[in-house]
Design a protein around this ligand. Sequence first.
Ligand SMILES: [Zn+2]
Length: 84
Amino acid sequence: MALHRYQCCFCGLTVESKAPDVGSILYTTCIDGTPDMQHDQELYCHTKCLLDRLHPSAKLYALDLLDLSAEESSGESSPEGREN
Ligand SMILES: [Zn+2]
């Protein structure tokens, strides 16, 4: 049971706590700069919203490590192209 609500940084809607969500991405400034220039922020998102925006060459390997077989039987859709 989710105790918190998360807003998707792409579509603005609430992200339901259902695998593979809630997803998050980490943004860091000046990753190639000095540590004093580096600041990070975690943003929440629907996995599908992130996948829809990623270039085909940017692979989400973390998804491949998640066993979604139990989730798929519940009837909710899974991210495109990520079904086992
Ligand atoms: Zn979204």
